[in-house]
Design a protein. Structure first.
Length: 379
Protein backbone atom coordinates (compact mmCIF):
# COMPACT_ATOMS: atom_id res chain seq x y z
CA UNK A 1 0.00 0.00 0.00
CA UNK A 2 1.30 3.43 -0.99
CA UNK A 3 0.32 6.69 0.66
CA UNK A 4 0.00 10.34 -0.35
CA UNK A 5 -1.11 12.20 2.76
CA UNK A 6 -1.33 15.72 1.33
CA UNK A 7 -4.02 16.24 -1.29
CA UNK A 8 -5.42 19.75 -0.74
CA UNK A 9 -9.19 19.97 -0.56
CA UNK A 10 -10.67 23.36 -1.52
CA UNK A 11 -12.75 25.44 0.85
CA UNK A 12 -15.87 27.38 -0.13
CA UNK A 13 -15.16 31.09 -0.77
CA UNK A 14 -17.50 32.14 2.03
CA UNK A 15 -15.67 29.97 4.56
CA UNK A 16 -12.27 31.32 3.49
CA UNK A 17 -13.44 34.92 3.99
CA UNK A 18 -14.87 34.09 7.40
CA UNK A 19 -11.65 32.40 8.47
CA UNK A 20 -9.50 35.40 7.43
CA UNK A 21 -11.70 37.79 9.43
CA UNK A 22 -11.52 35.55 12.50
CA UNK A 23 -7.75 35.34 12.16
CA UNK A 24 -7.48 39.13 12.35
CA UNK A 25 -9.83 39.32 15.31
CA UNK A 26 -8.08 36.47 17.10
CA UNK A 27 -4.94 38.53 17.76
CA UNK A 28 -6.45 39.96 20.94
CA UNK A 29 -6.14 38.48 24.39
CA UNK A 30 -9.69 37.18 24.74
CA UNK A 31 -10.16 33.85 22.90
CA UNK A 32 -12.99 33.49 20.46
CA UNK A 33 -15.71 30.90 21.13
CA UNK A 34 -15.26 27.60 19.29
CA UNK A 35 -17.07 27.35 15.95
CA UNK A 36 -20.26 25.41 15.67
CA UNK A 37 -20.02 21.84 14.44
CA UNK A 38 -20.99 21.63 10.79
CA UNK A 39 -22.92 18.71 9.35
CA UNK A 40 -22.88 19.93 5.76
CA UNK A 41 -21.62 17.87 2.88
CA UNK A 42 -18.00 18.45 1.83
CA UNK A 43 -19.13 19.51 -1.68
CA UNK A 44 -21.48 22.26 -0.48
CA UNK A 45 -20.44 25.72 -1.68
CA UNK A 46 -17.73 24.52 -4.08
CA UNK A 47 -17.73 25.66 -7.67
CA UNK A 48 -17.86 23.23 -10.57
CA UNK A 49 -14.23 23.84 -11.51
CA UNK A 50 -13.08 23.03 -7.98
CA UNK A 51 -15.08 19.81 -7.96
CA UNK A 52 -13.65 18.72 -11.28
CA UNK A 53 -10.12 19.49 -10.11
CA UNK A 54 -10.55 17.32 -7.02
CA UNK A 55 -12.08 14.51 -9.08
CA UNK A 56 -9.20 14.53 -11.57
CA UNK A 57 -6.58 14.54 -8.86
CA UNK A 58 -8.24 11.71 -6.92
CA UNK A 59 -8.53 9.69 -10.14
CA UNK A 60 -4.89 10.31 -11.04
CA UNK A 61 -3.78 9.31 -7.56
CA UNK A 62 -5.61 6.00 -7.79
CA UNK A 63 -4.30 5.42 -11.31
CA UNK A 64 -0.70 5.88 -10.13
CA UNK A 65 -1.11 3.11 -7.56
CA UNK A 66 -1.76 4.94 -4.30
CA UNK A 67 -4.08 3.22 -1.83
CA UNK A 68 -4.47 5.93 0.85
CA UNK A 69 -4.78 9.69 0.31
CA UNK A 70 -5.08 12.51 2.81
CA UNK A 71 -7.79 15.08 2.07
CA UNK A 72 -6.20 18.14 3.63
CA UNK A 73 -7.90 21.28 4.93
CA UNK A 74 -5.35 24.12 5.10
CA UNK A 75 -6.50 27.57 6.30
CA UNK A 76 -4.76 30.47 4.65
CA UNK A 77 -3.87 32.51 7.75
CA UNK A 78 -2.74 31.37 11.22
CA UNK A 79 -5.62 31.51 13.66
CA UNK A 80 -6.61 30.20 17.07
CA UNK A 81 -9.84 28.80 15.61
CA UNK A 82 -10.39 25.43 13.93
CA UNK A 83 -12.42 25.16 10.76
CA UNK A 84 -15.24 22.63 11.10
CA UNK A 85 -14.43 19.41 9.33
CA UNK A 86 -16.40 19.11 6.07
CA UNK A 87 -15.93 15.32 6.16
CA UNK A 88 -18.08 14.56 9.19
CA UNK A 89 -20.75 12.95 7.02
CA UNK A 90 -18.25 11.03 4.92
CA UNK A 91 -15.24 11.32 2.60
CA UNK A 92 -15.52 12.93 -0.84
CA UNK A 93 -16.02 9.56 -2.55
CA UNK A 94 -17.50 7.02 -0.11
CA UNK A 95 -17.95 4.40 -2.82
CA UNK A 96 -14.16 4.15 -3.22
CA UNK A 97 -13.46 3.83 0.49
CA UNK A 98 -13.89 0.27 1.87
CA UNK A 99 -14.91 1.72 5.25
CA UNK A 100 -17.94 3.58 3.89
CA UNK A 101 -18.87 1.73 0.70
CA UNK A 102 -22.43 0.43 0.63
CA UNK A 103 -23.10 -3.22 -0.26
CA UNK A 104 -24.54 -2.22 -3.62
CA UNK A 105 -21.42 -0.16 -4.41
CA UNK A 106 -23.43 2.88 -5.48
CA UNK A 107 -23.26 6.33 -3.97
CA UNK A 108 -24.51 9.74 -5.08
CA UNK A 109 -20.96 11.11 -4.95
CA UNK A 110 -19.25 8.15 -6.55
CA UNK A 111 -16.49 8.84 -9.03
CA UNK A 112 -16.91 8.05 -12.69
CA UNK A 113 -13.22 7.23 -13.10
CA UNK A 114 -13.43 3.67 -11.79
CA UNK A 115 -13.99 1.74 -8.60
CA UNK A 116 -10.39 1.24 -7.45
CA UNK A 117 -10.34 1.03 -3.60
CA UNK A 118 -8.98 4.29 -2.26
CA UNK A 119 -8.98 5.11 1.45
CA UNK A 120 -9.53 8.82 2.13
CA UNK A 121 -8.34 10.16 5.47
CA UNK A 122 -8.87 13.67 6.80
CA UNK A 123 -6.10 16.05 7.76
CA UNK A 124 -5.92 19.54 9.24
CA UNK A 125 -2.83 21.52 8.28
CA UNK A 126 -1.89 24.91 9.76
CA UNK A 127 0.95 27.35 9.20
CA UNK A 128 3.06 28.54 12.13
CA UNK A 129 4.77 31.91 12.32
CA UNK A 130 6.47 33.96 15.03
CA UNK A 131 3.15 34.69 16.69
CA UNK A 132 2.01 32.35 19.43
CA UNK A 133 -1.53 32.12 18.06
CA UNK A 134 -2.33 28.58 16.95
CA UNK A 135 -5.38 26.37 17.22
CA UNK A 136 -3.75 23.31 18.84
CA UNK A 137 -5.11 24.16 22.27
CA UNK A 138 -7.32 22.45 24.80
CA UNK A 139 -10.38 24.53 23.93
CA UNK A 140 -10.28 23.19 20.34
CA UNK A 141 -9.88 19.51 21.23
CA UNK A 142 -13.47 18.63 20.37
CA UNK A 143 -13.18 20.26 16.94
CA UNK A 144 -9.80 18.65 16.21
CA UNK A 145 -11.16 15.18 16.97
CA UNK A 146 -12.98 15.27 13.64
CA UNK A 147 -9.65 15.09 11.79
CA UNK A 148 -7.50 11.98 11.53
CA UNK A 149 -4.14 13.75 11.18
CA UNK A 150 -2.83 17.07 12.49
CA UNK A 151 0.15 18.75 10.83
CA UNK A 152 1.97 22.07 10.89
CA UNK A 153 4.25 23.99 8.54
CA UNK A 154 6.77 26.18 10.42
CA UNK A 155 8.13 29.27 8.70
CA UNK A 156 10.60 30.64 11.28
CA UNK A 157 13.15 29.37 13.76
CA UNK A 158 10.85 29.89 16.74
CA UNK A 159 7.91 28.17 15.11
CA UNK A 160 10.13 25.24 14.09
CA UNK A 161 11.28 24.88 17.68
CA UNK A 162 7.67 25.04 18.88
CA UNK A 163 6.64 22.31 16.44
CA UNK A 164 9.51 19.97 17.36
CA UNK A 165 9.21 20.37 21.13
CA UNK A 166 5.84 21.44 22.52
CA UNK A 167 3.44 20.46 19.74
CA UNK A 168 5.02 17.03 19.26
CA UNK A 169 4.57 15.96 22.88
CA UNK A 170 2.03 13.15 23.45
CA UNK A 171 -1.46 14.47 24.01
CA UNK A 172 -4.93 14.72 22.48
CA UNK A 173 -3.76 17.49 20.11
CA UNK A 174 -0.37 16.05 19.20
CA UNK A 175 0.78 16.72 15.66
CA UNK A 176 1.81 13.82 13.45
CA UNK A 177 3.58 15.59 10.57
CA UNK A 178 5.87 18.60 10.23
CA UNK A 179 5.70 19.82 6.64
CA UNK A 180 8.80 21.47 5.21
CA UNK A 181 8.15 23.60 2.08
CA UNK A 182 11.72 23.53 0.84
CA UNK A 183 11.30 25.08 -2.59
CA UNK A 184 10.29 28.69 -2.01
CA UNK A 185 13.65 29.94 -0.76
CA UNK A 186 16.74 28.85 1.05
CA UNK A 187 15.74 28.52 4.68
CA UNK A 188 16.84 31.44 6.84
CA UNK A 189 16.91 29.18 9.92
CA UNK A 190 19.01 26.09 10.25
CA UNK A 191 17.59 22.68 11.05
CA UNK A 192 18.49 21.91 14.65
CA UNK A 193 19.53 18.27 14.97
CA UNK A 194 18.56 18.03 18.63
CA UNK A 195 15.07 19.41 18.03
CA UNK A 196 14.47 17.15 15.04
CA UNK A 197 15.61 14.08 16.96
CA UNK A 198 13.24 14.97 19.79
CA UNK A 199 10.35 15.15 17.33
CA UNK A 200 11.37 11.78 15.89
CA UNK A 201 11.37 10.19 19.34
CA UNK A 202 7.79 11.41 19.81
CA UNK A 203 6.70 9.72 16.58
CA UNK A 204 6.51 12.86 14.42
CA UNK A 205 7.68 12.61 10.80
CA UNK A 206 8.98 15.26 8.42
CA UNK A 207 7.13 15.70 5.15
CA UNK A 208 8.76 16.80 1.89
CA UNK A 209 6.30 18.14 -0.69
CA UNK A 210 7.59 17.79 -4.23
CA UNK A 211 4.82 18.85 -6.62
CA UNK A 212 5.26 22.62 -6.40
CA UNK A 213 9.06 22.33 -6.47
CA UNK A 214 9.62 19.91 -9.33
CA UNK A 215 6.43 20.38 -11.36
CA UNK A 216 5.26 23.99 -10.93
CA UNK A 217 2.37 25.39 -12.99
CA UNK A 218 3.06 26.27 -16.60
CA UNK A 219 2.59 29.97 -15.81
CA UNK A 220 5.70 29.95 -13.60
CA UNK A 221 8.71 31.70 -15.22
CA UNK A 222 11.61 29.45 -16.16
CA UNK A 223 14.11 31.13 -13.85
CA UNK A 224 11.71 30.83 -10.90
CA UNK A 225 11.06 27.15 -11.66
CA UNK A 226 14.81 26.53 -11.85
CA UNK A 227 15.31 28.23 -8.49
CA UNK A 228 12.51 26.12 -6.98
CA UNK A 229 14.27 22.92 -8.03
CA UNK A 230 17.62 24.10 -6.72
CA UNK A 231 16.20 25.11 -3.34
CA UNK A 232 14.27 21.87 -2.98
CA UNK A 233 17.21 19.59 -3.80
CA UNK A 234 19.69 21.42 -1.57
CA UNK A 235 17.33 21.73 1.40
CA UNK A 236 16.07 18.16 1.04
CA UNK A 237 19.63 16.80 1.10
CA UNK A 238 20.21 18.74 4.33
CA UNK A 239 17.11 17.20 5.92
CA UNK A 240 18.21 13.72 4.87
CA UNK A 241 21.70 14.36 6.25
CA UNK A 242 20.32 15.29 9.69
CA UNK A 243 17.63 12.61 9.94
CA UNK A 244 19.57 9.86 8.21
CA UNK A 245 16.57 9.28 5.96
CA UNK A 246 14.41 8.06 8.85
CA UNK A 247 11.00 9.50 9.74
CA UNK A 248 10.68 11.20 6.34
CA UNK A 249 7.70 10.96 3.99
CA UNK A 250 6.96 12.36 0.54
CA UNK A 251 3.67 13.96 -0.50
CA UNK A 252 2.50 15.84 -3.56
CA UNK A 253 1.20 18.90 -1.72
CA UNK A 254 -0.36 22.09 -3.13
CA UNK A 255 0.93 24.55 -5.69
CA UNK A 256 1.87 22.09 -8.41
CA UNK A 257 0.50 21.63 -11.89
CA UNK A 258 -2.46 19.40 -12.68
CA UNK A 259 -0.09 16.64 -13.79
CA UNK A 260 2.36 17.20 -10.95
CA UNK A 261 1.72 13.85 -9.29
CA UNK A 262 4.20 11.04 -9.84
CA UNK A 263 4.09 7.31 -9.34
CA UNK A 264 5.29 5.56 -6.22
CA UNK A 265 8.50 4.20 -7.74
CA UNK A 266 9.32 7.62 -9.18
CA UNK A 267 9.19 9.02 -5.65
CA UNK A 268 11.49 6.22 -4.50
CA UNK A 269 13.97 7.28 -7.18
CA UNK A 270 13.65 10.88 -5.99
CA UNK A 271 14.53 9.76 -2.47
CA UNK A 272 17.68 8.01 -3.65
CA UNK A 273 18.58 11.11 -5.66
CA UNK A 274 18.68 13.30 -2.54
CA UNK A 275 20.77 10.81 -0.57
CA UNK A 276 18.33 8.35 1.02
CA UNK A 277 19.13 4.64 1.11
CA UNK A 278 16.96 2.61 -1.23
CA UNK A 279 15.12 0.81 1.57
CA UNK A 280 14.33 4.05 3.43
CA UNK A 281 13.23 5.71 0.20
CA UNK A 282 10.74 2.87 -0.29
CA UNK A 283 9.54 3.20 3.30
CA UNK A 284 8.96 6.95 2.79
CA UNK A 285 5.88 6.18 0.67
CA UNK A 286 4.90 2.88 2.26
CA UNK A 287 5.83 1.99 5.83
CA UNK A 288 6.47 5.40 7.38
CA UNK A 289 3.09 6.94 6.35
CA UNK A 290 1.42 3.77 7.58
CA UNK A 291 3.03 4.25 10.99
CA UNK A 292 1.79 7.85 10.99
CA UNK A 293 -1.77 6.61 10.70
CA UNK A 294 -1.24 3.92 13.32
CA UNK A 295 0.17 6.48 15.73
CA UNK A 296 -2.56 9.02 15.02
CA UNK A 297 -5.25 9.71 17.57
CA UNK A 298 -7.76 7.39 15.95
CA UNK A 299 -6.82 3.90 17.06
CA UNK A 300 -9.18 2.29 14.56
CA UNK A 301 -6.55 2.11 11.84
CA UNK A 302 -5.27 -1.23 13.09
CA UNK A 303 -8.87 -2.44 12.80
CA UNK A 304 -9.00 -1.14 9.24
CA UNK A 305 -5.86 -3.05 8.25
CA UNK A 306 -7.36 -6.11 9.89
CA UNK A 307 -10.50 -5.48 7.84
CA UNK A 308 -8.46 -5.62 4.62
CA UNK A 309 -6.69 -8.83 5.59
CA UNK A 310 -9.59 -10.69 7.22
CA UNK A 311 -11.82 -13.20 5.40
CA UNK A 312 -15.29 -12.08 4.28
CA UNK A 313 -16.95 -13.98 7.15
CA UNK A 314 -15.25 -11.73 9.74
CA UNK A 315 -15.39 -8.40 7.95
CA UNK A 316 -18.75 -7.39 9.41
CA UNK A 317 -17.43 -7.79 12.95
CA UNK A 318 -14.20 -5.93 12.19
CA UNK A 319 -16.16 -3.14 10.48
CA UNK A 320 -18.21 -2.71 13.65
CA UNK A 321 -14.99 -2.39 15.65
CA UNK A 322 -13.71 0.18 13.16
CA UNK A 323 -16.79 2.38 13.38
CA UNK A 324 -16.73 2.27 17.19
CA UNK A 325 -13.00 3.00 17.48
CA UNK A 326 -12.34 5.48 20.23
CA UNK A 327 -9.99 8.43 20.12
CA UNK A 328 -6.77 7.97 22.05
CA UNK A 329 -3.20 9.17 22.23
CA UNK A 330 0.02 7.39 23.07
CA UNK A 331 1.55 7.95 26.46
CA UNK A 332 2.81 5.92 29.43
CA UNK A 333 0.30 6.16 32.25
CA UNK A 334 1.75 3.67 34.81
CA UNK A 335 5.02 1.93 35.47
CA UNK A 336 5.11 -1.61 34.04
CA UNK A 337 5.25 -4.54 36.48
CA UNK A 338 7.05 -7.75 35.56
CA UNK A 339 5.03 -10.81 36.57
CA UNK A 340 7.02 -14.08 36.20
CA UNK A 341 5.07 -17.04 34.80
CA UNK A 342 3.73 -19.77 37.07
CA UNK A 343 6.33 -22.23 35.73
CA UNK A 344 9.05 -20.25 37.52
CA UNK A 345 7.40 -20.70 40.93
CA UNK A 346 9.17 -22.48 43.75
CA UNK A 347 9.24 -26.29 43.47
CA UNK A 348 8.05 -26.57 47.04
CA UNK A 349 4.65 -25.22 45.96
CA UNK A 350 3.88 -27.95 43.42
CA UNK A 351 1.04 -29.40 45.50
CA UNK A 352 -0.72 -26.10 46.06
CA UNK A 353 -3.43 -24.54 43.95
CA UNK A 354 -3.06 -21.54 41.64
CA UNK A 355 -4.83 -19.24 44.09
CA UNK A 356 -2.42 -20.17 46.89
CA UNK A 357 0.52 -19.48 44.58
CA UNK A 358 -0.80 -16.02 43.73
CA UNK A 359 -1.45 -15.25 47.40
CA UNK A 360 2.08 -16.36 48.27
CA UNK A 361 3.47 -14.04 45.58
CA UNK A 362 1.42 -11.12 46.85
CA UNK A 363 2.71 -11.70 50.36
CA UNK A 364 6.29 -11.87 49.09
CA UNK A 365 5.85 -8.66 47.12
CA UNK A 366 4.45 -6.93 50.19
CA UNK A 367 7.39 -8.11 52.26
CA UNK A 368 9.85 -6.80 49.67
CA UNK A 369 8.09 -3.43 49.58
CA UNK A 370 8.25 -3.23 53.37
CA UNK A 371 11.98 -3.98 53.33
CA UNK A 372 12.55 -1.28 50.72
CA UNK A 373 10.56 1.23 52.75
CA UNK A 374 12.53 0.43 55.94
CA UNK A 375 15.81 0.79 54.07
CA UNK A 376 14.76 4.20 52.76
CA UNK A 377 13.77 5.33 56.27
CA UNK A 378 17.13 4.19 57.61
CA UNK A 379 18.94 6.18 54.92
Amino acid sequence: MYYDLYLPFPLPPSQEDTNSKKAKKGKGKAPLPPPAVSRADCWDGLETSARESVAKRIALTGHLGYSVVGCTIAPGEPSNQVLPSPFQIGPPYPSLDPRFASPSGTSPSSSSYGNVPLVQVTRYHIRLDDGKAHCLTAQNTSALRNYDILSVSPTTDKSFQLACTDLSNPGPNQISIITLPLHERAFTFRFNRKQMRQAQRNGVVFELVYSAALFPPTSTPLDVARRFRQNFLSNAREVIRITGGKSVIFSSGPGGSENGLRGCLDIVNLGTLIGMPANLAREAVDKTPKMVLLRARESGWDHFLLFLWSPPSLRSYVLTMLKEARKTFKAIMTMPVLAPPLADADTSMEGTSTGDVLNKRAADDGTKDAVVKRSRVGI
